[in-house]
Design a protein around this ligand. Structure first.
Ligand code: CUA
Length: 157
């Protein structure tokens, strides 16, 4: 039998225990707590996005005083709509889907950062408390024009 140094054995055991703990954690989160990637929990046929409401007419809808829903289609290499404009203090719920490949939907300096997976509608909400023009960025590599994939969220005073 191979001789394994005592400290090495302790360290290996620690490593395997950590691995088991992490696997148990994500299994419990996924199966028991039902934690999934951010999603409205709705699916969509990625080949029929252009014909499926509300993504056949992407854009901003006002749902109440300073409350909006924004429907986005993310595709290589742009967002539709490219730009939205809301007054400061607005609570915006974003719904995003992709007809082609996996994209990102990230607005730096906010907590908006979701993956956009074909076949699924991703959802994330944010209240914009500071006026300015926020950049919307794709942060999942999606092809040769990935670095050009951007949009804008204008928050007016
Ligand atoms: Cu879309 Cu990177």
């Amino acid at each position: 039998m191979i001789h394994v140094n005592r400290y090495e054995r302790v360290w290996l055991t620690f490593g395997f225990l950590m691995l088991a703990a992490f696997l148990a954690t994500i299994t419990v989160a996924a199966v028991v707590d039902g934690i999934n990637p951010p999603s409205a929990g709705t699916t969509i046929d990625p080949t029929k996005v252009a014909d499926t409401a509300p993504f056949d007419k992407p854009g901003l809808r006002q749902t109440g005083p300073k409350a909006y829903e924004a429907y986005y289609v993310a595709r290589v290499f742009s967002y539709t709509p490219a730009k939205i404009s809301v007054p400061v203090g607005s609570h915006v719920t974003f719904y995003v889907t992709s007809p082609d490949v996996v994209h990102g939907f990230s607005i730096p300096l906010t907590d908006v950062n979701v993956m956009v997976v074909p076949g699924w509608v991703s959802s994330v909400a944010h209240t914009f408390q500071t006026p300015g023009t926020y950049l919307l960025l794709c942060n999942e590599y999606c092809g040769a024009g990935h670095q050009n994939m951007e949009g804008q969220v204008e928050v007016t005073p």
